[in-house]
Write a new protein. Structure first.
Length: 300
């Protein structure tokens, strides 16, 4: 293998194929088309004189040479990401791009009404909002700041715990009126799909009401919220989302098993970056103002 022929773009492409296992998956990750990935992999193998992948019906499987390239590529990638974070961490100016990952319901119902104040206060900071209910990787710079609902933040990040986040079961007033003689287990249940597997409701329901019937699954809380409003069944929702809506009523008081914590997180290398600190301080201030709603006390 002639290492002098290798370039970072080669490693970046091979890493994508190694991780995805298919050309189409790598193409989506790299935002290019399938044929581009195919041509570039073929060209890399030709100039190195080795075969990096076995082409199987199920996808691309790494050869020994491919595994070696993956190992080196990940090491180089980590070094470059570390350098990027270090350089950004030295930025003391309140300007630049700030990428923020936040769950959809929390962004739209709590944070978004306040962001106009932030943009006026810091006009040189450009926000990039990533609406995500999944946990983006802060080490890989998929986001600079993440608003996460979790009881155990990753050890690789630092952050600020804001408050607890109460969650309970809701149904529309009309739906619940029709269920006077029904038990909770006999309700029609609206549940999150595998994209929201970190939510505790599925395990809670299996433990408490194993015979409960699921009539709908959805990959967003806002979708489940709307389904409940339309009377399709009952659903587990954060109190901040459902309590202000007079069309919904609590079925039970918030159980401790469904309670989580709200965190603002970033990578340690970015903690001294001015724009990162400015937004974390701002969001902490906003969330503190909404604490009673988030902790489920506004309906008491």
């Amino acid at each position: 293998m002639n290492a002098q022929l290798l370039e970072w773009n080669d490693l970046h492409l091979v890493l994508a194929v190694c991780r995805e296992g298919t050309l189409s998956g790598a193409a989506r990750t790299l935002a290019v088309n399938h044929s581009t990935v195919f041509r570039r992999i073929s060209a890399i193998e030709k100039k190195l004189g080795v075969r990096l992948f076995e082409r199987l019906p199920t996808g691309y499987v790494m050869t020994e040479a491919g595994e070696a390239m993956l190992k080196v590529g990940e090491r180089v990638e980590n070094e470059m990401l570390g350098l990027s974070r270090e350089l950004i961490g030295r930025d003391l100016h309140l300007s630049g791009i700030l990428r923020v990952a936040v769950p959809d319901a929390l962004l739209l119902k709590i944070l978004m009404p306040h962001l106009n104040i932030f943009t006026q206060r810091y006009p040189e900071i450009q926000l990039e909002l990533v609406i995500s209910n999944n946990y983006l990787n802060l080490t890989r710079r998929e986001a600079d700041i993440a608003v996460r609902v979790t009881q155990s933040p990753p050890e690789t990040v630092i952050g600020r715990r804001i408050c607890t986040m109460a969650t309970t079961i809701y149904g529309s007033t009309e739906y619940l009126a029709r269920q006077i003689s029904s038990t909770i287990e006999n309700y029609a249940w609206l549940l999150p799909d595998e994209n929201l597997a970190h939510l505790p409701i599925t395990k809670w329901l299996e433990n408490k009401y194993p015979k409960a019937k699921t009539v709908l699954r959805c990959n967003t809380l806002l979708g489940l919220y709307e389904a409940a409003v339309q009377g399709l069944g009952v659903v587990s929702l954060p109190c901040f989302l459902a309590d202000p809506d007079s069309r919904l009523s609590r079925v039970i008081t918030p159980p401790t098993e469904l309670t989580s914590e709200l965190w603002l997180l970033t990578h340690p290398d970015l903690r001294r970056t001015a724009r990162v600190r400015a937004l974390i301080d701002f969001m902490a201030e906003v969330l503190e103002q909404e604490k009673d709603l988030i902790e489920g006390r506004s309906a008491m």
